[in-house]
Each structure stands twice: as structure tokens, then as C-alpha cells.
Design a protein around this ligand. Sequence first.
Ligand code: IVH
Length: 706
Amino acid sequence: MKKETKPVDALSEAEAKTELERLATEIARHDEAYHRQDAPVIADAEYDALKRRNLAIEESFPHLRLADSPSLKVGAPVAEGFGKITHRVPMLSLDNAFSDDEVRDFVHSVYRFLGKLPDQSIAFTAEPKIDGLSMSIRYEDGKLVSAATRGDGTIGENVTANVRTISEIPNTLPEGAPSVVEVRGEVYMAKEDFLALNERMAAEGKQTYVNPRNTAAGSLRQLDASVTASRKLRFFAYAWGEMSDMPADTQHGMIEVLSSWGFPVNPLTKRLESIEAMIDHYNGIGLARGDLSYDIDGVVYKVDRLDLQGRLGFRSRSPRWAIAHKFPAEKAATRLTAIDIQVGRTGALTPVARLEPITVGGVVVTNATLHNAGEIERLGVKIGDMVQIQRAGDVIPQVLGVVSSPDDAVEFEFPATCPCDLKTPVVREETASGVEGVIRRCSGEFACPFQRKEHLKHFVSRKAFDIDGLGEKQIEYFYDDETLPIRQPADIFTLKARDEANGLQRLKNREGYGETSARKLFDAIESRREIALDRLIFALGIRHVGEQTAKTLARAYGDWASVHEAALEIAGGDQVAMEEMDALDDIGPAVVEAVGRFFGEPHNVDMVDRLTAELTILEAEKPSQDSAVAGLTVVFTGSLEQMTRDEAKAMAERLGAKVAGSVSKKTDILVAGPGAGSKLTKAQELGVRTMDEDGWFELVGVAPGR
Ligand code: IVH
């Protein structure tokens, strides 16, 4: 049990002294976990809270400050440890394929997108997927000027000093290299270096690392670069960011250039012309995997020609021209000790298997998902069974099946009511065809405290409103509070006003708060009253609307009024509004339906209205405002001859246009190829600007085939 924390201004001198000692030890322990093991055991926000409490006590009792207080240490803070670098070209991730068929689908999608016939073959490169951490290293006039981690893809950590200590990474480029070069690749640690380091750590009585990847990450994130230098880190180059000039026009050509500049490139990289050759290469690398001196977790295929890569472009977070063919996940067996039911934001009841702790691929696993009631039935799993579990990447481990079942194993009975106090009946969801589905939901929706709490937790989470000092724990606390409760998002923003009605007495006198912490929470809330549109959309917790979808919606609609209007129109069954949303890249009918459903519920509409009345919602940044079609709605019809429909759509969206499937009075441009029929007639009737494909290329100033 965690000790309850007393407000700072209620501490006696003796208590303050003990508390400062306790905090110093605890913070040191977390510093160690984060910086040395790269395996933090608490969230950044909790860590920050410890540091803030330490500081607050020192402010009240300056004479008690310890000589080695955490507040005096340079570089200890997690968040401020490294400066930030904004990537000029975002560092994206890759889509995954888990089977040969998914690789075939990927290759076919490339052909389909480009509209090439299968006999005009497209070559791919196949490279091992190194299990390390990606790095972007910038050179100006041949000199290494900065190096940054991937971070969230847009902003990374500045680790220049540390990267300079990696001997495999050149500090200068040879004469003739372009003036601006950003080399990207993977920093990793070889297996034997990892083992040797761990032996040393163990000999010194220090905590050992779990696997080479975490070790590489931990070694790089040393604020003291001399520690990084003492660890043997290595590098493989396989990509690039900003380049003032391109020295080659294929992926394999670029790899050769990078190699000629002195970067290590992976010797198992190959240029291949057919799906079968790609899969053969993957199988070959899979066999050799154990003998390699470094960890890999798959093979990355990339379209070789860079002009084709350019045409294929990107989806929201990954390129259309590449895919990672992953190796099968790691498995292990352990005992299932209990099954708990968790109620999610959408009311879905998820059974979670509690496991005897076991290490799978270097990570200790104690929980695994059982997905739903049907899965428990299908696996025939009972409490007490030995089960096989699987962990793939960073996703929550899953139970694969029963290894053995002792006589005293107990069958799990799925509850018929929600574990919340209301004991609301659990309903089985029906599928589109009316068949009873496997997902059981609490029917309580907003009456179910679990769901409301989960909604609120999502609302304040890092990628949503991200309010300092208002995390999951505090939501639980405020939700159940009688005098100053938070039961819906708007309540967060009325918290201070409600407390003011009581002379600002309630929060500061609450357990765990004091004058300072209450003020800090109010300030943190205040600073979030102004919010980016995509964060707001994501925060609403609409089913199927994740971070990326929220970004897409924000970008496409531009401001809250337009999003709101479209959502209400969709809820009202407006076909045009539905088609417009459906036409957006990466958005399908499930999202449109979920948006319609959400805004079709009067209490959701009310909740959103109350919330938005409290906020200033920033407009989304529109992509390429300077293009001739930015902000316009375009419809393509007829057969296009110089690009496929998908390519046309992607190009229009890249240039900031919205692509719709049907002509309406909102249409700005109709691009009509040969054979255009009713859409052309309708556009002419409505007086919509109409052009052919050449006209389109002329308007946007892009040459066909680019
Ligand atoms: S290409 C735009 N090539 O895998 C695509 N990535 O899951 C840029 N990775 O963040 C990535 N080996 O850290 C690429 N040969 C390889 C790779 C590779 C490892 C990592 C990289 C990336 C992650 C995506």
C-alpha cells in the first residue's frame, strides 16, 4: 500500500525531515530505473510530482534541504534532461505484415496504386529490421551538427553529444557530399556487448539490463556522454531525412552512397524483383537470425525506385512504399492465477488473465488479455491452468492456449452484470448481420461509473488534454468526491469556479493537497483551456477515433464549428456529410458510423456543448496552404489515364484539398476523365468548375507521374 501523502503545509518539522529523506531515496531509485536501466517504473507525471513535492517541502523548510538533495542534481529530471529537436522531415514508422499473404497484399497494393501492369515489375529492397532505436543525424557542410531520437516522430531528444561518441558514426562526410544531409538508421548494441556489459554490471552489484534494445536506449539517454562512450553502441544506416541534393535515385543506390560516406550498412540488404524472392529472402534471414551478432525482429521491404516512393507517398503515419515483415512473436508458458474483468471506455468487459510473472523476450509479463468471453470458451482456459502466452512488440500479451490443466482448475464464470455498483446487466453486442457477437458490454453507458471514469481518464491522458497533476488516480479521487466532484469533462474547467464559491477552501484542504498544489492544479487546468482541435477530437473518446483519425479530421475540417456541424449532420443521417468524411484518407465507414452514433446521443451532445463552452479551440494547421487547391473540395470522375484513383486522391489531399465521392453544391472542382457521366452533368448544372486531367496537373503545378 502506498502511504497517503500529507499536504506540505501540514507537515511538522520532524515529518518534513523524514519526508525529504524518503523522497531523496525514492527519486534516486527512479533516476536509476529511468536513466540506467531505461525501464522506468512510474509515469513521468508521477516522477514529476515527487520532484515537485520535494521542492515544495524545501521551500517551506529551507534549512532542512539535504546536501545531496534531488533538487540540486543537474540533469536528473526526466522531461527536461535533453533538449528537443524538431525533425524537418517527420520520422515515421512502418506498417507490419505478419504473414506471407499480407506481404502479397502489400505488393499488390503498390501495383494497384501505381496502376502498373504486373509484367512491368517493380523492384523492392529487403533489409533486416534492426531491433534498436532510430536516430536522425544531421550534417551541414560535411560536419555532424546534431543527432536526435525519433521521439513522437515530430520532436525527438537532442542526443548529439552522445551520438558523437559512437565510433561507427562518422563525424564528417567526404568532400562532395551535399551541404545538408540527414542520415537515419538504427543505433543498437551487439548481443555479445550486451552480455559483457551485464556481466560487468552484475559484478559491480548493479542492476542488469533486460535486453540489448533497452540497453542501447538506456546507454544513449545518459546525460553524461562519457557513460555512453563506455558502452559499445553501433549503427546501421538505412534511410535519410532532409537532403539538399539527392545523390542517387533508388533505395539501394542510396544505401551504397551512405556506405561510401563511411556509414555501416547492413550486408543482408538485397534488391529483389518478385514476391516469391522477397519471401525466400525473409525465410533465409529468419534461419540465420539466431547466428547474427545483433537482434532483428523482421525484414523491411521498400520500393526501390525513389520516384515511385514519391508517388506512393504516405498514409498518416507510415509510407505506402514500405512494410515490415515481422518474425513470429515470442512465446512462453506460465500459470494463470486469476481472471479479472475490466470495464473499458466503451463498456466492453474484457477478461484479463493474471499470471505468475514470467520473462518473455526480456520483459516480465504478469497480465495477458483474454479479449472476450468467446475467447475463454474457445481456449477452454480455467483458473489454475498452465497457459502459453505470446508477446509481440509493445502490445499487451495474449493467451494462446492451455498447456496443461490440473484437476483442481476452476472454470471461470463470466459475470452477468457489470462489476460497477449499479450491477447493470451485461448485453451481448450484435454484429451487423444480427448475430449475437462475442463482446459483452455493460449497458449502463454514462450511468456506469466505470465507463464515465474511463472516459475521463482518456480525456486527461497524455495525447488528449494532458493536464499536469490530473491523472488516472486523481480522476478516481475526484469522481467519487462529494463536495468538489469531476464527473464529466466540463467539470474540470469549472473546478476552480466551484471552489471559489466556497472561498477556495475545498481543494487546498483536501488530503494530498495544500495551498500550492491546489493553485498548481488550477493553473494547469487553466493552461489547457486553449486546446488544439485534434486533441479535443481525440479526447472525446469516440469509438474508432484514435489519435491519427483525430488528426485527419482536424486537418480536413479545419475548425471545431465545421467538425461539429459535420458530426451533427452525420448523426441526422445526411448522406453528403457521411460521404465527405468517408472519403478522407484512412477514414472508413466504421469511423463515420461511430461519429454519427456518438453525436446521435443527446447526453453526448450536451456533454460536448458544456465542454466546448469552456474552451478556446485552436484551428488546425491546414496542409500546404500555398497550393492552388488547398481547402477546396474535389471530385474525380471518369477514367483517369495518368494516375490511379487512389493516387489522385492522395495527391489532392497532400495538396490540402478534400476529396469527395459525389458532386454537391459544396464541390469546388470536378476532374473528369473520359467516359464521365452523371457527375459531370450534375457539376455543369450546379456551375462547378470542371477540368480534365491535364487541366488538373496544370492547376496544381505538378508534372504527371510525380
Ligand atoms: S525504414 C519511413 N528500415 O523500424 C520509414 N526502419 O517499425 C522509415 N527499423 O522506426 C523506417 N530497421 O526504427 C526502416 N531497415 C530498416 C529498419 C527500420 C529497423 C526501425 C525504425 C523504425 C521502425 C518502424
